[in-house]
Ligand binder design. Structure first.
Ligand SMILES: NC(=O)C1=CN([C@@H]2O[C@H](COP(=O)(O)OP(=O)(O)OC[C@H]3O[C@@H](n4cnc5c(N)ncnc54)[C@H](O)[C@@H]3O)[C@@H](O)[C@H]2O)C=CC1
Ligand SMILES: O=C(O)CCC(=O)C(=O)O
Length: 411
């Protein structure tokens, strides 16, 4: 995603701004980030050397509530990518209707090469540098690629040293530290819920549909598991080690157990090994990109055989590819709707933290379904009434809500 991420995000925004007939000044106001922070992190590495890393936090918009969005540890993280992802968060929280704005953070580092101790020291060093600009009513980070509950636990602990115990400063925490039941599964579960909504509109069952999933981490792993549990046939999965294809169906539970033991899918048995590009054009009903951005290029889009794409990842489809897919009649459930389940359950976690009253998983999932259904309905209605792709339907909903809040606050 990295290099073109911001250009792509801005292009989608401009398309939607035109549909909404926003004036140029308003469009610039809504698109421009509130604050962009870049920090140097110096950390003692296991071999005794000093590791120097660059971290970012971009706070895009807070008209509807505190900035909200994940932290990514990846070697492609840069200022542009984080800014693009922060902007997506602003529209996403608005589409979901949760009372947050948008933000995102990241550290430029190859997380796969770090020991647990190095990861912890880098996380704490990051909090040392940004603790003054985050807070449970200002900016609330969460997991993204190569971060998870453990990093959020370290984040909370380090933040507490500066500002006292405020568990709502970060979401996606371990349950034992105030995390929410259902947060780990939430993004994948949200992907399932919006797909069920689409299938209902198309008058087709999900049972028996073939599914291909790219990325087998938090989002992809849970999506594959939940789709399989609902009777869909997961025919291919992939991760950084490549793709694994079996037209008769992958044993998702076995794949999850493999990754829990070996960290990646490398060595996992499947009928055929494919690379991550080939994977995207395999014959299937539903494709779930759930890894990096920018993977569905125009060339890939021409080869895509799926009828439905559910964007678990942020920014997987380039604007040119999006046009090709629309022309081909592929239903694309866009990132700012499809993967909004994560931030929605982060909202539930935050609410539970502020109230010090905790919900069971059944309640979390029930409320998640309600939010995802309402977000889907609003998107579907805009896309149908204006004859737009679902992405533009979602953008119109999201930007429209942010615009209204901004206008009501005044300059
Ligand atoms: N974790 C969350 O709650 C949310 C995540 N997302 C998005 O979902 C995507 C995945 O995030 P997570 O699952 O949290 O990350 P993760 O770190 O848990 O898993 C990432 C997965 O992608 C694989 N991967 C990495 N590079 C790859 C490549 N070049 N080709 C194929 N696979 C590759 C990894 O091996 C791993 O299986 C990202 O785009 C993220 O921004 C979106 C909304 C919420
Ligand atoms: O849970 C959150 O607050 C944000 C998750 C995230 O980074 C995303 O939706 O892209």
């Amino acid at each position: 995603m990295s290099s073109d991420a911001l250009e792509n995000a801005n292009r989608y925004f401009e398309q939607a701004a035109k549909v909404l007939d926003l004036g140029r000044d308003v469009a610039v106001q809504l698109r421009t980030p509130f604050r962009e922070v870049r920090v140097e992190l110096n950390v003692r590495m296991d071999d005794g050397s000093i590791g120097t890393f660059v971290g970012y936090r971009v706070q895009h918009d807070n008209a509807r509530g505190p900035f909200k969005g994940g932290l990514r540890y990846h070697h492609e993280v840069d200022a542009q990518e984080v800014t693009a992802l922060a902007q997506l968060m602003t529209w996403k929280t608005a589409v979901a209707g949760v009372p947050f704005g948008g933000g995102k953070g990241g550290i430029h580092v190859d997380a796969s090469k770090l020991s647990v101790g190095e990861k912890e020291r880098i996380t704490r060093a990051f909090v040392d540098k940004i603790n003054d600009i985050v807070g449970d009513h200002t900016d609330i980070p969460a997991p993204d690629m190569y971060t998870g509950p453990q990093e959020m636990g370290w984040f909370l602990d380090q933040y507490t040293k500066y500002h006292g115990y405020k568990p709502g400063v970060v979401t996606g925490k371990p349950i034992e530290l105030g995390g929410s039941h259902g947060r780990a599964a939430a993004t994948g579960r949200g992907c399932l819920y919006v797909t069920e909504e689409l299938m209902a509109r198309l008058g087709e069952p999900l049972v028996g549909k073939t599914v291909v999933v790219q990325g087998f981490g938090n989002v992809g792993g849970w999506a594959a598991r939940l789709f399989a549990e609902q009777g869909a046939l997961v025919v291919a999965i992939s991760d950084i080690s490549g793709g694994y294809y079996d037209p008769k169906g992958i044993d998702v539970a076995a794949a999850l157990a493999w990754v829990a033991k070996h960290r990646t899918l490398a060595g996992f048995h499947a009928a055929k090994k494919v690379d991550n590009d080939e994977l995207l054009t395999l014959p299937c009903d539903i494709l779930v990109p759930a890894a990096l951005g920018g993977v569905i290029t125009e060339e890939v889009a021409r080869g895509i055989r799926a009828r439905v794409i559910v964007e678990g990842a942020n920014g997987p489809t380039t604007p040119g590819a999006d046009e090709i897919l629309f022309a081909k009649g592929v239903h694309v459930i866009p990132d700012i709707l499809a993967n909004a389940g994560g931030v929605t359950v982060s909202y539930f976690e935050w609410v539970q933290n502020l109230q010090h009253y905790y919900w069971d998983e059944a309640r979390v999932n029930e409320e998640l379904r309600r939010v995802m259904r309402a977000a889907f309905d609003a998107t579907w209605e805009q896309s149908r009434s204006r004859s737009l792709p679902m992405r533009m339907g979602a953008y119109v909903v999201g930007i429209g809500r942010v615009y209204t809040a901004t206008r009501m606050r005044g300059l």
